[in-house]
Design a protein around this ligand. Structure first.
Ligand code: SAH
Length: 279
C-alpha cells in the first residue's frame, strides 16, 4: 500500500471539480484544513469536503469549514493538551472502521497533517490496515498563521534560517528530546508549536544557550481567526506577558528576527486581518 499524492495533474483541471479526484468509498483522505481562516483551505481539501460521507476532525478545525459539508456526518476527535480528548489509538481505529464500512472518510486536521499533527501515525496505522489513503497538505499555522500576524519568517540578508520545534512531547512535559541550548546557538528564527504551557522553561533554556534575554518573542494566538491576537515580548518576560495579556492556546511563539517591527518590546495587539498599511 502506498500513499498517493492527491494532486497528479500536469495542468489545472476546470473548476468546479467535475474532473477532480474522487474520494472513493473505503478511502481515507488525510487533509490539512489550514490554520483557521476558511480561505486558506486547499482546493483538494474543499473537493474532499464536498464528497465525504463522514468527517473526523480535530478541535482546531474551524466549524465554518465543516458547514461546507452539510451531507457529512461529523466526528470530533480533537486532541487538546490538558483537556480530555480522544486517544490517538482510538482515532486510528475509528478511521479504519469507517473506511472498512465502505464510507468516504475525510480526516481533517488543523494546519498541515504532517506538521506536529500526528498525521504520520495515522497514515502508518491506515497503511498497516491496508486502508487506501491520500494525503492533502495544508497551510501550517507556523507559516500561514504567522503571515497573518505580519511576521515574515525569512528575509534576504537578515534572517536565513527557521527552526520549527514542539514545546512539549508525548508525555505533555517540555520537549525533553529537544536540545534547547544547542538550538539557541543557531542564528535563525525559532517557531515553537505547543509552547505556551512551557514558555518559561523554554525561554530560560534558550537564554542559557546564549540567546539575549531581551531578544524579541512574538506570541500569536488563534492566528487567522477573528480571535487572532499578537503580542511582542522579550525572552526574559515571555511568561509574565502571556499571563498579563491572558493569551491561551492555540498559540505560536516566534523567537528571533522574524518580526515585522523589530525593537518594539512593549506588548502590541494587531487586528485581524493584519494590514501593513495600517502600521
Ligand atoms: N498541524 C498543525 C499543528 C498542530 S499542533 C499545524 O500545521 O498548524 C497544535 C499547535 O499548533 C498549537 O498548540 C499551536 O502552537 C499551533 N497552532 C495551530 N493552529 C494555530 C493557530 N490558528 N494560531 C496559533 N497557533 C496555532
Amino acid at each position: 500500500m502506498s500513499v498517493h499524492p492527491a494532486a497528479s495533474f500536469s495542468r489545472a483541471p476546470a473548476l468546479p471539480f467535475a474532473e477532480w479526484p474522487r474520494l472513493e468509498k473505503g478511502w481515507v483522505w488525510l487533509c490539512g484544513a489550514g490554520p483557521g481562516d476558511p480561505g486558506l483551505l486547499t482546493l483538494h481539501a474543499l473537493n474532499a469536503l464536498r464528497q465525504a460521507d463522514v468527517i473526523v476532525h480535530d478541535a482546531l478545525v474551524n466549524e465554518d469549514i465543516l458547514d461546507w459539508a452539510p451531507q457529512a456526518q461529523r466526528i470530533a476527535a480533537g486532541k487538546r493538551g490538558g483537556k480530555p480528548s480522544a486517544k490517538q489509538a482510538d482515532i486510528c481505529d475509528t478511521l479504519i472502521a469507517l473506511a472498512r464500512k465502505g464510507l468516504r472518510v475525510l480526516r481533517l486536521k488543523g494546519g498541515d497533517p504532517f506538521t506536529f499533527g500526528r498525521g504520520a501515525e495515522e497514515a502508518r496505522a491506515l497503511m498497516a490496515a491496508q486502508v487506501p489513503l491520500q494525503v492533502v497538505p495544508g497551510i501550517t499555522s507556523g507559516i500561514g498563521g504567522l503571515a497573518y500576524a505580519g511576521i515574515p519568517l525569512t528575509e534576504r540578508g537578515d534572517n536565513q534560517a527557521v527552526t520549527f520545534v514542539t514545546g512539549h512531547d508525548a508525555t505533555g512535559g517540555p520537549a525533553a528530546s529537544v536540545n534547547w541550548p544547542a538550538l539557541a546557538k543557531l542564528s535563525g528564527t525559532i517557531v515553537v508549536y505547543m509552547g505556551m504551557k512551557h514558555a518559561g522553561p523554554i525561554s530560560r533554556a534558550l537564554i542559557t544557550g546564549g540567546r539575549a534575554p531581551d531578544e524579541i518573542v512574538s506570541i500569536v494566538m488563534s492566528a487567522t481567526t477573528s480571535a487572532q491576537r499578537v503580542i511582542v515580548s522579550r525572552l526574559d518576560r515571555i511568561e509574565a506577558d502571556i499571563l498579563a495579556a491572558g493569551l491561551e492556546p492555540p498559540a505560536l511563539l516566534v523567537i528571533g528576527k522574524g518580526v515585522l517591527i523589530p525593537g518594539q518590546a512593549a506588548p502590541r495587539v494587531t487586528l485581524h486581518p493584519f494590514s501593513i498599511a495600517a502600521e
